[in-house]
Design a protein around this ligand. Structure first.
Ligand SMILES: [Zn+2]
Ligand SMILES: [Zn+2]
Length: 105
């Protein structure tokens, strides 16, 4: 069964509206990983060179966590986010920066 777009009447998997919506939904559910030096990354960040393993990393789960961080944290960081890690190896880790590469992706 396919769903048609209300805006352009194409199938949702084929139109830009459906793709944008899928991307938005994917970002809602994405896992946020916080490094030991308080930088938030998206799961699978390509430049995870800060630390070899995740023993000191924490995770923030919950819908919209990444979007919330991107909206509330300035590009240059320096602000303490109201979100802290609630999963992963380190619970209660704060976020001072959002990884710029992850933010752009
Ligand atoms: Zn459409
Ligand atoms: Zn990153």
């Amino acid at each position: 069964m396919t769903t048609r777009c209300e805006l352009c009447d194409l199938e949702l998997e084929q139109c830009i509206h459906g793709l944008a919506e899928a991307k938005r939904k994917a970002k809602l559910k994405v896992l946020v990983q916080v490094s030991p030096n308080n930088v938030a990354h998206l799961e699978g960040c390509a430049h995870k060179g800060e630390d070899e393993d995740f023993a000191k990393w924490g995770e923030i789960t919950g819908e919209g966590a990444w979007i919330h961080l991107c909206q509330t944290m300035p590009l240059n960081g320096g602000v303490t986010s109201d979100l802290i890690t609630n999963s992963g190896a380190v619970i209660g880790l704060q976020v001072f920066h959002v990884c710029k590469d992850c933010r752009d992706s």
